[in-house]
Design a protein around this ligand. Structure first.
Ligand SMILES: Nc1ncnc2c1ncn2[C@@H]1O[C@H](COP(=O)(O)OP(=O)(O)OP(=O)(O)O)[C@@H](O)[C@H]1O
Length: 311
């Protein structure tokens, strides 16, 4: 394994915020840490970046134990949520900054490399602009180029898209994925957005209250959530109590049928979502959610009784 986090633990005062977290990351993979606010994602990144010393556990990168190395001695770069750019510098100067004291990088070489990085993030035409004069999406691309120029063994991204509007978020996340594929770079991406995690990741680590709940491919996590927390946090789920425990049905796996349904109930609410509609169906025991594509004839009214089959 390329990056190994072994039983990493962090505590602030009496409060344990990361508890014995073990994660393996393969070289060239993009792994997301997904979880609600406060679950310890940023704290975990800070330990990997060297900004916080773990109270227990080990971090091994490419065969070297980096647990106690200072940030500048680990081959790890971070892209922050707030970009952290230098406002008095141009786009190009910001990207060049990271290599300013690195042996072997003359100003000329650094400039050439920085221009290459700006091409990679599609900003080559803006290199002379002051960073305060460009949009939020462009600033985030500068932050990315500034981290990439260091050619780190691992790139950490801490909610890098959360300050952008929905459309731009989707565009830039695709660009990050493209760059990751192109460079074969190992990335650890923090997000609380399940759609972002599902669409970007080779593997997802679902975290809750400082602990790992499940690790798997997006398909694994969505189709086989191992507990109630994961089923609810990643996608929506109907939780069904059975004699042996709790199971779940995804809303898109319920379909209306004329007869022989597994459930029957009254439509008590419906939400139009564009390409599909969410129906809320009261079976008297619970309220089930059913997603139906908005095609012709797929329309039912409040108060109507429906039979539902599990697909
Ligand atoms: N320096 C600190 N001192 C005390 N408590 C802290 C410190 N840093 C973080 N915490 C606490 O540790 C917990 C985990 O914080 P962390 O920032 O890692 O969570 P997160 O999952 O990244 O959340 P968010 O998505 O909101 O950034 C929180 O309860 C937070 O209040």
């Amino acid at each position: 394994m390329y990056l190994i986090l072994e039983k990493l633990t962090q505590r602030f005062g009496d409060k344990i915020v990361v508890e014995s977290v073990t994660i393996d990351v393969q070289q060239g993979q993009l792994v997301t840490l997904l979880g609600p606010s406060g679950c310890g994602k940023t704290t975990l990144l800070k330990m990997i970046g060297g900004f916080l010393k773990p109270v227990a556990g080990r971090i091994v990168l490419d065969g070297v134990d980096i647990t106690n190395l200072p940030p500048e001695q680990r081959s790890v770069a971070t892209v922050f949520q707030n970009y952290a750019l230098f406002p008095h510098m141009t786009v190009l100067e910001n990207v060049m900054y990271g290599l300013r004291y690195k042996p072997g990088y003359s100003k000329k070489i650094t400039k050439e490399l920085a221009k290459k990085m700006l091409e990679l993030v599609h900003l080559q035409d803006l290199y002379a602009q002051n960073v305060t004069r460009i949009s939020g999406g462009q600033q985030q691309r500068v932050a990315l180029a500034r981290a990439l120029i260091l050619s780190p063994k691992v790139l950490l991204l801490d909610e890098p898209l959360s300050n952008l509007d929905a459309k731009l978020r989707i565009k830039i996340r695709q660009e990050i994925k493209d760059i990751q594929n192109k460079l074969g770079m190992t990335m650890l991406f923090v997000t609380h957005d399940q759609e972002e995690a599902l669409s970007l990741s080779d593997r997802i680590v679902v975290m809750n209250r400082g602990k790992v709940e499940q690790i798997g491919t997006p398909q694994d996590i969505y189709s086989n959530p191992q507990n109630e927390f994961v089923a609810n946090f990643v996608g929506r789920a109907n939780l069904i109590q059975t004699t042996t425990g709790t199971t779940f049905i995804r809303p898109e796996n319920l379909i209306p049928v004329e007869t022989g349904g597994d459930y029957q109930g009254v439509i008590v609410q419906k939400q139009y979502m564009g390409s599909y509609t969410i129906y809320y169906i009261d079976t008297k025991k619970m309220i089930l959610q059913m997603d139906v594509q908005n095609l012709e004839d797929n329309d039912w009214n409040l108060g109507q009784v429906l039979q539902l089959k599990v697909e």
